[in-house]
Design a protein around this ligand. Sequence first.
Ligand code: SAM
Ligand code: DTB
Ligand code: SF4
Length: 351
Amino acid sequence: MEQVGGCGGGCGCACASAEGGSRVADDGLCHDWTQAEVEALFALPFNDLMHAAQSLHREFHDANAVQVSTLLSIKTGACPEDCAYCPQSARHDTGLKAEKLMALDEVLVKAQQAKAAGASRFCMGAAWRSPKDRDLAEVNAMVGAVKALGLETCATLGMLTRAQAQSLKDAGLDYYNHNLDTSPEFYGEIISTRCYQDRLDTLAHVREVGMKTCCGGIVGMGETRADRAGFIRALANLPQHPDSVPINRLVRVAGTPLADERDLDAFEFVRTIAVARITMPTSMVRLSAGRESMSDELQALCFLAGANSIFHGDKLLTTGNADTESDRALFAKLGLKPLVAAADSDCAQAA
Ligand code: SAM
Ligand code: DTB
Ligand code: SF4
């Protein structure tokens, strides 16, 4: 088999660096992928790519366990940002009804339902550029109450200062989701109201206070393969690999600038998952938005490529998700089991 290149072999795969030496950092992982190396992974024959991804996957994870999260939009719509994909931007006429921050007791009912349906993590999303301090106090109360149900907690509230990150951490938040979304080069085509560095700064604040990061992005927005490689490279070269890496396939929403975007080729989507798995071998890779329009066979290929996390529940934030009954049937057909939350890590590492 061709060498997949780049990691020096230290992260457990069959890679050899172009220079011949080990490039493994203190955490045993590689954070210095070149664009050429990541593009070379994308260009591998499909079977070789899948083999490399599945081999690494088995080294670091239980191959048949899938982590299950449920999303809730706790504050919907009227967002001042201009993200071209997003139905919640006030700049796009998507017909979405804006709603204010949900009450704590309503959130708790949803969290209980999610737990009963098998979720181990509950992720609360708000359509904010960044939270105001009085909003954060309410979110902190939600975090504490959801955690008390025995669920892992995750939130995605926009940009955070370090003090805001600390306050969420103190409230018991386990994960903060903040996506890079795409490559640094393509980013300006999609969002103009905040820059890549703003996102990197928020991720740094989250890491600095010791919270786990959930960071990924979207494919199928009209980007090139080089952009997809640049996006994965940006994630893999972060000072710490994100604990969770959500890979979203664009959900096209009428009224957004990307409503008429062409479908991304299904194999290219699977390749993106595989390259994420190879470059970030210990991270949980989430087959995220877009599952509603995927066949069982495509989802199975994504699991084979190393995806080991999903969003479960009828809704994502504002759009539909794969039907819960279909998920149950798919897990049964594939012999997959929901991953039970570990005390301090969601990564079922073999090593
Ligand atoms: N407002 C916060 C922010 O942007 O940081 C948090 C919520 S935002 C909806 C979270 C993520 O959802 C985005 O970064 C994007 O990756 C994803 N997302 C939003 N709309 C999407 C769509 N139509 N298709 C796929 N993913 C989408
Ligand atoms: C992520 O990367 N995907 C989720 C979660 N993080 C918050 C959100 C997907 C949103 C899809 C569009 C919607 O439902 O509004
Ligand atoms: Fe607002 Fe987040 Fe949607 Fe961007 S992705 S418009 S910041 S809710």
